[in-house]
Design a binder for this molecule. Sequence first.
Ligand code: COA
Length: 471
Amino acid sequence: MSWKEIYNSKLVSSQEAIKAIKNGDKVVTGFACGEPFGIERALVENYENYKDVQIINMLTLGDSPWCEPRMKGHFTLNCLFASQSNRKAISTGVCEFTTSHFYEIPDVIKNYMKPRVSIVMVSPPDEHGYVSFGTTVDYTRGTTDYCEIVIAQVNKYMPRTFGNSIKHVRDFTYFVEIDEPLPEVKSVEISDIEMRIGKNCSTLIHDGDCLQLGIGGIPNAICAQLWDKKDLGLHSELVGDGVVDLLEAGIINNKKKQTNNGRTILGAAFGSAKLNNYINNNPSVELHPIDYVNNPIEIAKNDNMVSINSCLQVDLLGQVVSDTVGLNQFSAVGGQVDFVRGATMSKGGRSIIAMPSTAKKGLISRIVPLITEGSAVTTPRNDVNYVVTEYGVAQLKGKTLKERAKALILISHPKFRPHLILEYRKRFNEDVFTKEELKEQLDEIKFNIDNTVGDIKEKLKNDLKNILANN
Ligand code: COA
């Protein structure tokens, strides 16, 4: 049969395709911009026909309908990265959560979770009968190698990407043609604090470095600070829109890379139509399975690899919490540790954890004496090197516990420094700053406390009074 005959023989409606799913099945689905919502909608509409089906999905940009009360006994979501729509359901036990480093996720899904069915989204076939996984290759492409049933939503909006991102039409069980714009991750405006963080990070980035950038405001702010650099490379699990202008301008040109020279390497694209149009049919951008992209050994093959990721909390020892707030799952480890370790192993490499110094509209410090009870350490202190806030850069490797704590206090928000100074004293039985060092910061500390509004002002003033009483 020609590939067209094969394709046409497998072309069905979504209602027809989902009949292949049986009670008790585990169904893995493509994630983020590659989530096959067209076929998932058919499952949601017919939920009463199914019992005990588990949906395995890394991260959804959708509504997580599987977590609605009516789904009980019919569908359960088991995700590997919490999102806005299922965070609450995870904390109430309605939604399951599985934790894993991103580079191991293809293996974890295949050999431990063992789904029987895969539902993915792909581009229409090319003239040779190959469809592309476009924005979302990561663990998704691999599921078509081992799942018994593979259903693909064929969507003309899915870009065709280069790399290890294609499959022949014979490798699928059913095709369902549904054209709909992909879910988008729009860039948000870069705040003043993010800009300052971006500036501080850019002091650690040099011409010729190979970058991994996460997503969100901070990576975009870093991109905005890279216009005076040259010959940068990009090897990243995900990227958002922020990199497109730098790629188009040739600031990122991948010229100095030891592997994949001249090409950007990604596991998934996580942006809007701007990014999707850029990667469409673009031979300079390759998408590959995540067990390759995020494998620390592969990452380390490029010299001067710089990983930049964000976090929610850092304690005075340098333990980094990025995916939990107390007992609540906020996101997941994703590829944070994969890239911290890969960058550390790379010749000349550096790992950066960048975050605003405060959270909750300035009410709490992200640099804390002890991590919140119930939180999980995402990146262990022995892996962490540079921590960056809008107040500067703390370099931790090779430092004693006291030196680490001091470096972190120096990049904390000035209004929380008195509290951290007191906690340092409790822990180490000595003062962190000499009288002169404290005097240098005092005006800034006082100014920031004076300008604090709300209930915490009194406590901050008290902390300041306490440290001054001993100095
Ligand atoms: N305690 C309580 N709440 C906190 C907090 C803390 N220590 N730190 C942050 N928060 C709150 C914030 O105030 C914010 O809530 P709000 O919007 O109501 O104010 C919310 O948590 C999100 O914080 P924010 O820093 O804005 O999150 P972000 O969208 O910039 O994402 C991470 C930051 C760390 C959650 C995200 O980068 C992540 O999940 N990282 C782990 C995965 C990873 O690094 N992968 C590799 C790159 S893709």
